[in-house]
Design a protein. Structure first.
Length: 407
């Protein structure tokens, strides 16, 4: 189906999705998870085609599926089953002065569209969260992961049918043509929320061109500040994890700020720890301590998504937070320090969705936060912020009971 056909069906299914019981949704999720495993061979075959077409460099890590990753996708769906149903929760209840009884109740958003690029696991993560939260799921995967995403969609649809539900609760256009994405962005009155997941270009395109409500997600210029009171060994371990464990994801560190009091001790150790695999881009002061590439005006405003780390020496926690305020995308930042006063200053002044003390930025993730899988990481303030799980996929309405009251 094309976008127009998908949205016509999706709008009709909104009340159906919203009225599903927790048992119905959990049964569907169980079968969807099982179907991913049953169709593992087909998904891997499709993924090999995507890798052949687009799997260059770091992109290969974002694209690649293997048995372990498919099993993790399946488990991610099963984990959502264990989460409480967010639909129908009474958020507030009170009796008004005139006797009316007012309830504020959580309800699904409706038709939620997700436009994403090269990570095929987003297909199952988004579908699971949107089904559980009572929404209709419309996905538009990028051309890089198109074959993989279609194979995953096929498996998820089989699970829905096995559970006795409409397979059209989850859909994706049968083409990765750019016009399909543009049509979703401008489907006013049909798409209730648009979530882009991908690089800065995709996110900007959606935010600037969408006429439907859009959540800005995920570009991650994440900072780690090594304070003058840092435990150096702890700092090395955290920076190594935040940069090297998976550099192609949005919660990987891109910038390391180092206090001048510890720079001569810390930087040579950092070079020894990650320097063979990771290019270090250094400010004028840091390049006098260790070898690396000299930073330019763009170095601290780039999401590298690669084995590249920009390093800058600062003279205080105040200077560190000022740098972050100018250059951060408000995703995730960390301070490494044993000084509580500096930690409190950092957490109160840094205005990002996730702010860490003595821990890696790589924990900014729905699964790690106990939300099940995530549908994206919001870097804005309304209506959700940080990893978006089930609750972020609900809004609310007021239900008012009376006994003949008039105004």
């Amino acid at each position: 189906m094309n976008v127009k056909e998908i949205l016509e069906v999706a709008v009709k299914l909104k009340p159906v999705a919203a009225s599903l019981t927790d048992e119905q949704k959990n049964t569907a999720l169980k079968y969807m998870a099982e179907s991913l495993i049953e169709r593992k061979a087909e998904i891997l075959k499709a993924n090999s085609q995507d890798l052949k077409n687009y799997g260059d460099g770091v992109m290969a890590d974002r694209l690649r599926l293997d048995e372990k990753r498919i099993e993790a996708m399946s488990q991610g769906i099963l984990d959502v089953i264990d989460l409480p149903d967010p639909v129908g929760r009474v958020l507030e209840e009170r009796t008004l002065y005139n006797g009316l009884v007012l309830k504020k109740v959580s309800v699904p958003i409706g038709v939620v569209a997700v436009i994403y690029e090269s990570r095929p696991n987003v297909t199952s993560d988004a579908a699971a969260l949107l089904i559980k939260s009572g929404n209709v799921c419309v996905l538009r995967g990028g051309k890089e992961a198109f074959e993989s995403s279609m194979a995953i969609i096929k498996a998820l649809k089989e699970g829905l049918k096995k559970a006795g539900l409409s397979e059209n609760l989850v859909n994706m256009p049968d083409s990765a043509d750019r016009s399909q994405a543009e049509e979703l962005m401008t489907a006013t009155g049909k798409v209730n929320l648009l979530i882009p997941r991908g690089g800065a270009g995709l996110i900007s395109a959606c935010v600037e061109n969408a006429t439907v409500p859009c959540i800005e997600t995920g570009t991650g210029i994440c900072h780690i500040y090594v304070d003058e009171y840092a435990d150096i060994n702890k700092a090395l371990s955290i920076v190594e994890n935040a940069k090297m464990s998976r550099p192609s994801v949005c919660n990987a560190a891109e910038v390391c700020l180092v206090h001048s009091a510890v720079a001569k001790d810390f930087l040579p150790k950092l070079k020894e720890e990650i320097g063979e695999k990771c290019k270090l881009i250094l400010c004028n002061r840091a390049i006098n301590i260790i070898s690396g590439e000299k930073a330019d005006e763009k170095s601290f405003d780039t999401e590298f998504l690669d084995y590249i780390l920009a390093v800058k020496i600062v003279d205080s926690v105040e200077e560190a937070t000022e740098h972050i305020a100018v250059h951060s995308t408000q995703h995730s930042e960390a301070i490494i320090t044993e000084n509580k006063e500096n930690a409190d200053y950092f957490t109160s002044r840094v205005d990002s969705a996730a702010v860490y003390v003595n821990a890696s930025t790589r924990f900014t993730d729905g699964g790690e936060f106990g939300l099940g899988c995530e549908i994206g990481i919001s870097t804005q303030r309304l209506h959700a912020r940080g990893p978006m799980g089930l609750e972020a996929m609900n809004t609310y309405k007021y239900i008012i009971n009376g006994n003949g009251e008039v105004r």
